[in-house]
Design a protein around this ligand. Structure first.
Ligand SMILES: C[S@@+](CC[C@H](N)C(=O)[O-])C[C@H]1O[C@@H](n2cnc3c(N)ncnc32)[C@H](O)[C@@H]1O
Length: 279
């Protein structure tokens, strides 16, 4: 910063100019923020002795609206092989965004992962991260890419941030209830139970009004049945426990208790949505 010597340089003033305007020469009325001390005009100002020079912290230089970051050239090792048009971004771009908006150990969340640049970069920058992707390329592109990152494959910002590999991640495949149910199959077994995991064709043979028991335990292996009931009925869960008969049970906020063997689809018609049902 260069300030007119006549002007008292207060912290307030420094603060103002830190946020202040751009580089270079030219005379501000009260002072000038200088990022480029080699600029000819600035040099002259300094040489004139009329100004007091206080160098600003250049790491605080304000960014312009348009960022000029080179795209990843087609043969760069940073470039990942992708079949569909995922518009892979340079890690340098994500680095800037992530550094500007988070600290080490912050959590970065990208719910449209695409090629996974956000999480690859976040990982190298020592952030925690979460990512979501619905496309098949999750397996073909993102997981292999993240494995390479953890393995220390040097590309993108690795050198600059001295990332040498390491770390861990977990991933899960989420399935909507509807999808789970679509994938379920049902069949009457010897005890007239509809047993999850068997042929769904047989359910078509059931007559209306026929007494049907549902093996809810089987659903419980796939997803959280009590939480689902809680959502469907709009009732909060008080506690989940094993009852005196050893059956997993749940007490809801209205003190109603449902155990995995007494779910009555007549009483709770909404729960029919839980199972695949002839339309
Ligand atoms: C343009 S890419 C995002 C790229 C990445 N965030 C980036 O900036 O480089 C968009 C991605 O979002 C995914 N996507 C779209 N809708 C989604 C959804 N509802 N849930 C998860 N992923 C989704 C697409 O499959 C695609 O891979």
């Amino acid at each position: 910063m260069i300030f007119n010597k006549l002007k008292e340089i207060t912290d307030n003033l420094k603060e103002k100019y830190k946020k202040g305007y751009s580089l270079g020469g030219g005379f501000g009325k009260e002072g000038l923020v200088v990022y480029d001390k080699d600029n000819e005009k600035v040099k002259k100002m300094i040489d004139s002795g009329k100004y007091k020079v206080v160098y600003a912290d250049t790491s605080g230089k304000p960014m312009k609206d348009v960022w000029s970051i080179p795209f990843i050239n087609p043969v760069s090792i940073e470039r990942i092989e992708i079949e569909n048009n995922l518009t892979q971004k340079p890690e340098a771009l994500l680095e800037r965004i992530i550094k500007a908006s988070s600290n080490e150990n912050s959590i970065i969340f990208d719910y449209h992962l695409g090629s996974g640049t956000t999480i690859a970069t976040a990982h190298k920058l020592k952030r925690k991260w979460l990512g979501v992707e619905m496309g098949e390329h999750f397996y073909k592109v993102i997981i292999p890419r993240m494995k390479k990152v953890l393995n220390g494959f040097v590309c993108g910002i690795s050198k600059e941030v001295e990332f040498k590999g390491g770390g861990a991640f977990r991933y899960y495949e989420l399935e909507s209830y509807e999808e789970s149910l679509e994938n379920c199959e049902y069949k009457l077994d010897e005890n007239s139970l509809i047993d999850y995991g068997k042929s769904r064709k047989l359910i078509k043979a059931l007559k209306k009004g026929e007494n049907i028991c549902l093996d809810i335990n089987a659903y419980d292996k796939e997803f959280d049945i009590f939480l689902t009931i809680s959502n469907l009925l709009g009732l909060k869960i008080k506690n989940i426990f094993i009852d005196k008969n050893g059956i997993k049970s749940c007490k809801f906020e209205n003190d109603e208790i449902i155990n995995l063997e007494n779910i009555d689809l007549i009483q709770y018609p909404k729960l029919r949505n839980l199972i695949w049902w002839e339309k």
